[in-house]
Design a protein around this ligand. Structure first.
Ligand SMILES: Nc1nc2c(c(=O)[nH]1)N[C@H]1C(S)=C(S)[C@@H](COP(=O)(O)O)O[C@H]1N2
Ligand SMILES: [Mo]
Length: 505
């Protein structure tokens, strides 16, 4: 007598019960581990990413953006439910196939053994893929509860012809969803976001307090406009779950074409002089008027200090991250960089590369490698992660003026404002046209923050008539105008001038 075929009327219910147990196992693991590498979905997500064609990965990340990430993660969650659900099969088989003719005691024993085996299966699989006892225990408990729930609904095992009826399946599905919901409730949906730029931490160093205060004083008082230090710093990652690097175990090595290979740990960096810098980052995938551009006050050690010790003999570098991300560019761009381990007066958040990330002045964000583990010096060039996928984002940023805020002040007065950034060239002027490009005036600019590589705010107020196009364009520190030709972000970064249609209110 086959455990699945004989007593069950359709094949669907056992599959559904197993899937429910798989979902509960995922929920239990999430409850125990959160959105961390130990979460059982993480390695499955990585594996799916590894076997997916490069073109598909690039499309998902760049064209679909965060939606692509969510879609990919959902796929990984479903795959993990199937995997862990399948792992309950031995337990389910025991529950259905054992003791149909036996007495009450035998059935009770079968129930206990079946539930235990049903729990251990997903627990073992979870341990196999994550190596985390907590996460696996969570998965086992979740699966066990769901299996139990699928039994409880109809009493002991294997009643003739009623092995898995709707109620049992519904019970299991219900408890699985419940457990996953508890996991989400307790753990939250995402990762801890960047600390708010507006709140200056009490225990920040006086220098940091002073700089953050200056940034808030110099920010325009424009309703709805992000201040000079971003309150919500954008995040771009190749993976759905970020690495969780242990500060105590982290090391950074400088390898390859160097006179002397060197290695540093967090304590080494902390013993060096700390430098505070306002730095703006912008992703090459940012749309022309998009929001993947932000500024923070970063504290860390100048790259120079570490590079000098290694005495490089090549003119290219590859920076490697703990997530196996890597990017390649000329070493000259790295020399003036910063290895940051604090952000806005707090330890660098995990989402932004804890414990240590690189910040490469004036270049697209992609070479500012997070969770940095290795600086590899080379004497010939190679391609980095994104170049390999068709992007050209390892060079200096384009000049851009964003139009992020339109405020109607009453009486036909309109205030337009935004941020402008040109990397290390700096922003000299932002010009605004309120008649579709016929005439241009200089916008008001925020007082510059100290730093070589930081944005400025601009604002302009005027009396509006009817419906009209507002266009903005920035001029960099060399006097060069923002590129007028419209192009999308791929492969070189978006160009053109931001235009918004405004109607007098
Ligand atoms: N290790 C690692 N570093 C990385 C990335 C990544 O996925 N992994 N993304 C890069 C990209 S494309 C950008 S735009 C910036 C974004 O930094 P943020 O997430 O702190 O805003 O980090 C860069 N550094
Ligand atoms: Mo990026």
């Amino acid at each position: 007598m086959s455990p699945v075929g004989v007593r069950v009327r359709t094949r669907l219910p056992p599959v559904a019960a197993a899937l429910a147990a798989g979902l509960a196992a995922v929920g239990g693991s999430y409850l125990a581990a959160g959105r961390r590498p130990a979460f059982v979905v993480t390695p499955v997500d990585r594996a799916i990413l590894a076997v997916s064609p490069d073109a598909l990965v690039a499309f998902a990340i760049t064209e679909l953006g965060s939606f692509g990430h969510q879609l990919a993660f959902l796929t990984a969650i479903v795959a993990t439910c199937v995997l862990l659900g399948a792992a309950t099969a031995p337990g389910m088989a025991i529950l259905r196939g054992w003791g149909p003719t036996g007495d009450a005691l035998g059935r009770r024993a079968a129930t206990v053994v079946g539930v235990l085996v049903g729990a251990i299966g997903p627990g073992l699989v979870a341990f196999g893929v994550t190596g985390s006892p907590d996460s696996s225990a969570g998965a086992a408990v979740g699966a066990g509860l769901a299996v139990l729930a699928s039994v409880v609904a109809t009493g002991p095992v294997a009643r003739e012809g009623a092995s898995l009826d709707r109620r049992r399946v519904l019970g299991a599905v219900g408890s699985a969803i419940g457990l996953s919901a508890v996991g989400l409730f307790v753990r939250g949906t995402g990762e801890t976001s960047a600390p708010s730029g507006l709140e200056i931490p009490e225990d920040a160093r006086p220098e940091v307090r002073e700089l953050l205060t200056a940034a808030s004083d110099r920010s325009f008082d424009v309703a709805g406009l992000e201040p000079l230090v971003s309150t919500d710093f954008y995040e771009v990652d190749i993976n759905n779950v970020n690495p969780d690097v242990d500060r105590g175990e982290w090391t950074l090595s400088i390898t390859g074409a160097v006179e002397e290979e060197v290695e540093y740990d967090v304590a080494d960096l902390e013993a060096m002089d700390l430098e505070d810098r306002f730095v703006t980052l912008r992703c090459v995938g940012d749309r022309l008027n998009g929001r993947k551009m932000d500024t923070a006050l970063w504290s860390g050690v100048p790259v120079e200090t570490l590079l000098e010790a290694a005495d490089p003999r090549g003119d290219r570098v590859v920076l490697h991250g703990a997530d196996y991300y890597y990017n390649e560019f000329p070493i000259d761009a790295l020399w003036p960089g910063l290895l940051a381990y604090r952000m806005n007066g707090r330890p660098l958040p995990r989402a932004h590369g804890a414990p240590v990330r690189a910040l490469v002045p004036g270049h697209w964000g992609e070479i500012s490698v997070k969770w940095l583990t290795e600086i590899e010096v080379r004497d010939e060039d190679t391609t980095g992660y994104w170049e390999h996928r068709g992007w050209h984002g390892t060079g200096p940023v384009h000049t851009v003026a964003k139009l992020w805020q339109v405020n109607h002040l009453g009486g036909g007065r309109v205030e337009v404002a935004g941020h402008a950034y040109a990397g290390t060239r700096g922003i000299e002027a932002v010009e605004v046209s309120t008649d579709g490009g016929d005439t241009w005036v200089d916008a008001e600019l925020s007082e510059p923050l100290p730093g070589e590589d930081v944005w400025r705010q601009w604002r302009h107020e005027y009396g509006a008539a009817g419906t009209h196009d507002v266009i903005v364009r920035a001029r960099d520190g060399n006097g060069d105008l923002q590129i007028p030709e419209k192009e999308g972000p791929k492969p070189d970064g978006a160009t053109g001038w931001v235009t918004e249609t405004v109607t007098r209110r």
